[in-house]
Design a protein around this ligand. Structure first.
Ligand code: C5P
Length: 412
């Protein structure tokens, strides 16, 4: 995860049994090149020792607001100033309540008050505490304050026989949430001078003048990507199938109906530095589409549709010679089973650089909904991003792509 390299994480460890998972989190963060400075609450020290946290983080662990040495040498204001992101894990019901209430009586809460940095919390508590009206209120307040959450998950609690929502997110999930947070930070103008091409929405393949074949697609994710790229200063062309969405501001929108038209409009929009294919293109079109409405009736035979395969737009663009191919080509894989395995194969078969994979089984509510849980499959491996609004997925993806372009192509 390139976005973790050289990032400074201030990890505030709360007092819960899940505190032991922080040791693994610290190790993984450091493996990815991040530095980790830890603050432990008094309760946290009942679950893991500052010695083990210090050994893994390779930094002095801070525990006390009134340790004068710390105040002189580091100080709680400096702690925040030196950090790129503050992570609270495990965030207990008590710590969330203190954060929501603006308490600052110990080092952990004082740091959380005296910061303007982004804060990500990983709650962990008994399911009854998580569902308690007081915690619901506190979480709502914190979300309104712009605090980001990862988890908690449903599952077995440390207490025997207890199950429900309250289990802290696994270290890998917290790591992904941290990476997404860091990638999602909008770097103004990060795509200035870049040309970005996005496809979105479904295509309509006519059967006759009134009927067509279509894939389910709201177009929301693709439109959010185009808007996010424009917000970073890119010159964006959005080739869109028929959707009920307003044009994103600052984006050139080319409206098409069929896959053939989408391919033509996409090719016409080249050259591009970055191309993101979020459209749900119909795989087939009707070769014998009728010019007049096909009549139904007792005497008329059932119509027979001859299907022919549509051009694969992503594959076509990804296989262009290097002089015409966008530097970074990103496809989507909407799957309902074996998401990662299919996405890995798709990345190779399509010839694209990254695949954004998601599980679109009806129970996920992703299709047509506003939230999305994606996995970024690259040549280096798979990043599991936490569930986010489609707007946030778009911002994180585009920021990640901007950083990649800056690192791999000469232009800043
Ligand atoms: O093969 P499948 O439809 O699952 O692949 C999904 C990816 O390929 C998406 O990025 C989609 O936009 C792109 N695609 C395309 N043209 C097609 C079919 C899919 O660009 N005809």
């Amino acid at each position: 995860m390139a976005q973790l390299n050289k990032q400074r994480i201030l990890l505030i460890i709360g007092g819960g049994i899940a505190a032991y998972k922080c040791l693994e989190l610290i190790r993984r963060l450091r493996d990815h090149g991040a530095s980790v400075r830890c603050v432990m609450t008094r309760a946290a020290q009942q679950f893991v020792t500052p010695l083990s946290v210090g050994a893994l983080s390779n930094e002095r662990v801070l525990t006390d607001l009134f340790d004068l040495d710390d105040e002189r040498e580091i100080g709680h204001i400096r702690l925040s100033r030196d950090a790129d992101l503050i992570v609270v894990a495990p965030a207990t019901a008590d710590l969330l309540a203190k954060m929501a209430g603006g308490h600052a009586a110990d080092l952990a809460t004082a740091v959380l008050m005296a910061t303007d940095k982004a804060i990500l919390v990983a709650p962990a508590m008994n399911p009854l505490m998580w569902s308690h009206a007081a915690t619901r209120r506190n979480v709502a307040l914190l979300q309104a304050d712009g605090i980001h959450f990862v988890g908690p998950n449903a599952g077995e609690m440390a207490e025997r026989g207890e199950a429900g929502v309250g289990r802290m997110a696994e270290p890998a999930e917290i790591l992904a949430a941290i990476a997404a947070q860091l990638a999602g930070r909008v770097i103004a103008g990060a795509l200035a001078g870049r040309r970005v091409l996005v496809t979105a929405g479904p295509t309509h393949e006519p059967i006759d003048p009134v009927r067509y074949i279509v894939n389910r697609s709201s177009g929301k994710q693709g439109y959010a990507i185009a808007a996010a790229a424009a917000a970073l200063g890119a010159d964006v062309t959005l080739v869109s199938g028929p959707v009920g969405l307003a044009d994103p501001s600052g984006v050139r929108v080319v409206r098409v109906e069929t896959a053939a038209q989408m391919l033509a409009a996409t090719t016409a929009a080249l050259p591009a530095d970055l191309a993101i294919f979020a459209a749900a293109v119909a795989d087939w079109r009707v070769a014998n589409a009728a010019d007049e409405k096909i009549k139904k009736g007792a005497k008329a035979p059932l119509p027979k549709l001859d299907l022919v395969e549509n051009p694969d737009i992503l594959k076509t663009i990804a296989h262009l010679p290097p002089s015409q191919r966008p530097s970074l080509v990103i496809g989507f894989a909407a799957e309902t089973e074996n998401v990662i395995e299919h996405a890995r194969k798709k990345r190779k078969s399509k010839g694209c650089d990254w695949i954004v994979a998601n599980d679109v089984s009806p129970e996920t509510g992703i299709m047509g909904g506003n939230r999305n849980t994606v996995h970024i499959v690259t040549a280096d491996g798979v990043e599991d991003w936490p569930e986010m609004d489609k707007d946030k997925v778009a911002e994180a993806l585009v920021a990640r792509a901007a950083a990649h372009l800056a690192a791999t192509t000469g232009k800043a």
